[in-house]
Design a protein around this ligand. Structure first.
Ligand code: FES
Length: 646
């Protein structure tokens, strides 16, 4: 290639393309390869025009985003440079040192915020996001205040023969453009979208019915989240007669085992589709005792044909590719985009002008900051923080919708409430966005986009709505006397089940602590965590466990070590904590489910630690039978009284 040479090969981009282009190889403990219940779908389905990322590789394109002439290159200073494209006004960051040049877009990986120079950075290597203060070290392209977390996607820096340079983005073709289909006119009643509850939508497309993320009964995240809306009375029947079900990710407000238990009892061979995430969506199927026999793991970015007119494609999230996905459903050339909970769906590249788009909107979906105590975490700081974050999320969603210009937009996947009486504090303070507010903002900033705030059982007739967005017959709301909001929940059934773990025999032996954290496999990290079992009000309980784990060497000291170390103290409701330990569940149940209270010194988010316990625990639960065989027969149970901690 004459005229230019790559100044620096961009491994990050190559990796990114690999991630987008190929499904991940099976992991050694991948239950999807071990269980006959899982099928890995082929990259193409019969009848499709071949579109193979890994086959012909016709899809990659290179786009020059910024060109600097020799003079501009010569004037780049050592360290961080912000450079704007004269053509489209977009900004790029170029980092210069003795080793050469590195470059990236001025766009935060989180939610696309703009970076500015970080005035606290004395080395001149760090920029700070203006939205939520993530910091990026542009000399390494690592995000630093989420230690060991994300890498920024780099641009190729191509030096030209004349001394100028170009920043080049290599990217795969937008996969939904493969084998394009002309939209055909939809008849009344041909495509009907029915809102069930939370993230569960039923979509009838011709003769087929698709259902998204059925969470229809029971709580999510242990006992922390409960349904706001009363789902339609026939919702379980509808699920059990659906032709296809899509489950976007493993979080229990999307993958609801209590709900799927009903499906497994009545129609276990219903085809279920999930993306090929590195943490398999159904990683805990075996433990759940739910029997589903037709789970299909599909590669990312490839059309899956379901019939002559109907196909779908699953895409990964840019921030959590290991677990989050979203979906495009297409019928007779009309696209429905459901970005579900993705923080940055498909890395921000999404189809424009789809016929219907739906996404989350609410916020308030993590333990931070509501479950944090001490230091600045008083109620007024939390209220201010939440208000600010809500507003930012609302603006981000409105901006995203405006930029994608769907014909119709529907906010969903945010209809949960911390309904259990013991979570009153969270319920009262963890204020979320209202779907109506987001729609009002969209109506103001993008009046051509029709918005829909769904009530459970409400039906959108897509054909009618597309023909005439003002046609009130396009949306059928539930009857006036229909119950919209739940006012009671079956708390005891689910809380008792969680609490049944408290009396498990394993907790008679203090050695469960060592056995559990060895199984968890997290160490060589300078963090000491104190774990305290509590009652529902986060008060310590007599004869319960209160212990330290030193994750540097995976030891269990009686007091904090003398060396410098980060320290986190976590009070956990005993029933949920023991259930998590006993069944080898992810700590999302504790953290996202508001089932703990956390204080930390220093006040730093330990991404590596939380990411491990929230997404990387082993697929198979601890072998407690083996544990019980190992511990010596003990007449008297070991004492469980609290450690004396200084
Ligand atoms: S921290 Fe950058 S967008 Fe949130």
């Amino acid at each position: 290639m004459s005229g230019r040479k790559s100044h620096r090969s961009s491994n990050t981009l190559v990796d990114l393309i690999h991630i987008i282009a190929y499904s991940k190889p099976p992991l050694s403990h991948d239950p999807t390869t071990a269980s006959p219940s899982f099928k890995h779908c082929r990259a193409t389905t019969p009848g499709t025009t071949a579109y193979l990322f890994g086959g012909k590789m016709t899809s990659q394109s290179a786009k020059t985003l910024l060109t600097l002439d020799a003079e501009a290159v010569a004037s780049l200073k050592e360290g961080i440079n912000f450079n704007k494209s004269q053509e489209d006004g977009k900004c790029y960051i170029i980092y210069k040192n003795n080793d050469g040049l590195r470059a990236c877009k001025n766009q935060c990986k989180h939610q696309g915020g703009l970076f500015i120079k970080d005035i606290e950075d004395l080395d001149g290597r760090t920029v700070k996001c203006t939205k939520h203060n993530w910091k990026l070290n542009v000399s390494s392209m690592k995000y630093v205040n989420l230690p060991d977390s994300f890498l920024q996607d780099e641009l190729d820096v191509d030096i030209l023969d004349d001394g100028g340079l170009q920043l080049v983005e290599l990217s795969p073709m937008d996969p939904w453009l493969a084998d394009p289909r002309e939209p055909q006119e939809l008849q009344e009643g041909e495509v009907k979208v029915t809102y069930m509850t939370h993230a569960c939508m039923e979509v009838q497309l011709g003769q087929k019915r698709f259902m998204f993320d059925p969470w229809l009964i029971g709580p999510a995240f242990a006992r922390g989240w409960w349904l706001v809306h009363e789902p339609p009375a026939d919702c379980l029947d509808q699920m059990c007669t659906a032709d296809f079900i899509y489950i976007s990710h493993m979080h229990s407000d999307h993958l609801s085992y209590p709900t799927l238990k009903v499906l497994s009892d009545r129609r276990p061979d219903t085809p279920i589709f999930v993306g090929d995430t590195s943490r398999p969506v159904f990683w805990a199927l075996e433990q759940s005792q739910v029997k589903l026999t037709n789970i299909n793991v599909v590669p990312f970015g490839v059309w899956q044909n379901l019939d002559e007119h109907l196909r779908f494609m699953i895409l990964m999230d840019g921030v959590h590719p290991e677990m989050d996905t979203c979906i495009i459903l297409e019928y007779k050339g009309h696209m429905i985009l459901n970005t579900v909970d993705c923080t940055r769906p498909n890395g921000g590249r999404l189809p424009e002008k789809v016929d219907l788009m739906m996404s989350d909107f609410a916020g308030g979906v993590s333990g931070f900051p509501m479950t944090f105590c001490g230091r600045k975490y008083n109620d007024s700081w939390k209220a201010g923080f939440i208000k600010n974050e809500r507003k930012k999320l609302l603006n981000y969603k409105a901006q995203l919708v405006k930029s994608l210009e769907p014909r119709i937009y529907c906010p969903f996947a945010g209809y949960f409430v911390e309904a259990h009486p013991s979570d009153r504090y969270i319920k009262d303070t963890n204020v979320k966005n209202k779907a109506e507010d987001l729609n009002a903002l969209i109506n103001k900033t993008a009046p051509d986009i029709k918005t829909w705030t769904p009530k459970p059982g409400a039906v959108l007739d897509l054909g009618l709505a597309l023909k005439d967005p003002t046609n009130s017959a396009a949306i059928t709301n539930p009857p006036a006397n229909a119950k919209i909001y739940k006012d009671s929940w079956d708390f005891d059934l689910y809380v008792d089940e969680l609490n049944s773990a408290i009396g498990s025999e394993i907790f008679r032996h203090r050695r469960w602590i060592q056995f559990y954290y060895t199984w968890a496999g997290f160490q060589n990290y300078n963090l000491v965590v104190r774990m305290i079992e509590t009652d529902d009000d986060f008060e310590p309980i007599a004869d319960s466990y209160d212990y330290l784990v030193d994750f540097m060497d995976l030891s269990y000291p009686a007091k904090r070590p003398d060396r410098d170390h980060a320290y986190v103290e976590v009070k956990n409701r005993i029933g949920v904590m023991r259930s998590v330990v006993l069944h080898g569940r992810l700590w999302d149940d504790l953290y996202i489910g508001f089932q703990n209270r956390i204080s930390r010194d220093p006040d730093v988010y330990h991404h590596k630690f939380w990411n491990h316990f929230q997404t990387e625990l082993p697929f198979r639960k601890p072998d407690w039978d083996q544990f019980l065989q190992q511990v010596p027969a003990i007449e008297e149970p070991e004492t469980q009284s609290s450690c004396k901690l200084s």
